[in-house]
Design a protein around this ligand. Structure first.
Ligand SMILES: [Zn+2]
Length: 129
């Protein structure tokens, strides 16, 4: 994966339904549960657990250098998001491990949230200095 240094930027946003309380990610025009249009964006914790993951060894996109870990992460707020897990060898990953979002700028300037295990953040931060 080619990306610049990891920067903490806790601005992960979810969408909450004011009618039924459902939380969803990404933004949609209606609630997935009750179809209400009364939705509000709110900051999310950026924390979650690994729901599932796989090691990608052949990237479908030229700007993503394999291998990398592609994962489904269940946010504390409930929705599941697809992202990368960084800073950990895939052999050390397990479902239900806790992870936290960090932000990366990829080639072309796109800024995306990726996740790292909570117990590896200090080590990874030291590696990127
Ligand atoms: Zn709803």
């Amino acid at each position: 994966m080619s990306a610049d240094a990891v920067v903490d930027e806790p601005s992960f946003v979810v969408q909450r339904c004011r009618t039924c309380g459902n939380v969803q990610h990404y933004e949609r025009p209606r609630c997935l549960r009750c179809r209400s249009r009364d939705l509000a964006a709110e900051p999310a914790s950026g924390r979650g657990t690994i729901h599932s993951f796989t090691l990608v060894q052949r990237s479908p996109l030229a700007h993503l250098d394999p291998p990398f870990v592609l994962a489904l992460v269940r946010l504390e707020e409930g929705p599941i998001v697809m992202s990368h897990i960084i800073g950990t060898d895939e052999s050390e990953l397990r479902c239900e491990q806790t992870v936290t979002a960090v932000w990366r700028t990829f080639d072309g300037g796109q800024r995306l949230a990726v996740f790292q295990r909570d117990d590896t953040q200090e080590r990874h931060a030291a590696d990127t200095r």
